[in-house]
Design a protein around this ligand. Structure first.
Ligand code: HEM
Length: 384
């Protein structure tokens, strides 16, 4: 018989009801994945633009334009990742800690990859249009490292929800040099995240185009077309990758989304319908050159689709863990003295984050040469 490797439940009581942690886990994961998509997808599209032979000057500008935003988007991804990490540990610590120990070395390498990728993004953003060839290579290295980080996350999280596999994996290599490559859902699941990142990266370009439309129409039109098409093609590809992911799930879990569970089925239907609607709307926006239609409506629909997929992902985890995870066993002792304060600070933190995005012009594009020279005397005057 397989030994039971699942640690016992932490006897410390939960400081707030179970559903509060669950809600916060899904909500903060949604924010994390949104920031990650902007960052990784934006960087991938910047690289593709740089390698395109058409319009080399405009594409070079696009590359450095996005590159300037990456040192903001990467820490946003990290900060917004810490929140779900805390909630994950509170609710699923028994599973997540154990799988993290089994994949210890790749898991630890995430920190190394992250640090190197971060330096890379800073290096490129400080180039300010200089040495584009070297900047492109450094950016590529950072993107590969970020890609690997996401892959390690998918390895760890898929392993955390299949405790039946832990024993064999751990005893095969107790030193922690493990991944979860034999998991049939791993590749389609990770590709599903990656393809979504490219689509949302396209939306980042659309948002930049929206801000630049009046002042710099030619450039804005270019990035709108490029970003809008990237969104459309990546979302179309998602139908293949998504079906592959669904097909790779164990039969009973797959059927949850195909009629066995009303909420899971409804969420999948919302996701699929939303994706189809977003593709058609983006095509229409591109045809009519209506950047507002794309920036407001397509982004809104895409946000709703990602939210419903985040809930589906959580339901899938609970379905995997059903034989082992019993939330009714949690002891709850709500700390009423700090709980409202926590919620208040949490909300304030999210609002502050949006204010910062606006203030530091995250969606604004690079300045045109005329704007830079028009500002120069003012700056020089101020420095004097
Ligand atoms: C910067 C590069 C990063 C990328 C590309 C990335 C990507 C991802 C992806 C693709 C997933 C979903 C994996 C799956 O379910 O199969 C994920 C989940 C998660 N990430 Fe990140 N991540 C990054 C950094 C971080 C950091 C630095 C943290 C924490 C400090 C973090 C915290 C989390 C947590 C807690 C989850 C799981 C949430 C849950 O299971 O509900 N991530 N990440």
């Amino acid at each position: 018989m397989e030994p039971n490797l699942i640690p016992t439940l932490d006897p410390n009581p939960l400081p707030a009801p179970y559903w509060v942690f669950k809600l916060l886990l899904v909500a903060t994961f949604f924010l994390h994945i949104l920031a990650m998509n902007f960052m990784l997808g934006g960087a991938v599209l910047a690289l593709i633009a740089k390698w395109r032979s058409k319009n080399p000057e405009t594409n070079k500008r696009l590359f450095f334009d996005v590159a300037k935003k990456l040192p903001v988007l990467l820490p946003a991804t990290i900060t917004l990742g810490i929140a779900p990490l805390l909630f994950l540990q509170v609710l699923y610590g028994q599973f997540f800690y154990t799988s993290s120990i089994i994949v210890a070395w790749p898991w630890f390498l995430v920190l190394v990859f992250l640090t190197v990728a971060y330096y890379g993004f800073y290096y490129v953003s400080f180039q300010g249009g200089q040495e584009p060839a070297r900047a492109g290579n450094v950016m590529l290295l950072s993107v590969v490292l970020i890609f690997l980080i996401g892959f390690v996350y998918s390895n760890n999280l898929t392993l955390s929800q299949t405790p039946g596999r832990w024993g064999a994996k751990y005893f095969a290599n107790p030193a922690g040099w493990n991944l979860n490559l034999s998991e049939p859902t791993l590749i389609p699941r990770f590709l599903h995240f990656f393809t979504a990142a490219v689509a949302v990266g396209g939306l980042l370009l659309v948002l930049i185009a929206l801000v630049r439309w009046k002042r710099d129409t030619e450039y804005a039109r270019h990035i709108f077309q490029f970003g809008g098409k990237a969104f459309m093609y990546a979302t179309m590809a998602q139908f293949v990758v998504g079906i592959w992911f669904l097909a790779s799930l164990p039969r009973d879990l797959r059927l949850l989304f195909l009629g066995d569970n009303a909420l899971a089925t409804a969420l999948l239907a919302i996701g699929v319908a939303g994706a189809i609607g977003a593709i058609f709307l983006m095509a229409e926006a591109l045809r009519r050159e209506n950047v507002r239609l794309a920036a407001y409506y397509v982004s809104g629909i895409a946000g709703a689709v990602i939210l419903s997929m985040s809930v589906m992902r959580d339901m899938l985890r609970d379905a995997y863990l059903k034989p082992y995870f019993h939330p009714e066993q949690f002891v709850v002792k709500t700390q009423w003295s700090v709980f409202p304060l926590f919620l208040l600070l949490f909300l304030a933190g999210v609002i502050l984050w949006f204010v910062m995005l606006k203030r530091y012009g995250l969606f604004g594009g690079a300045k045109t040469a005329q704007e830079t020279s028009a500002e120069a005397p003012v700056l020089t005057g101020a420095m004097r």
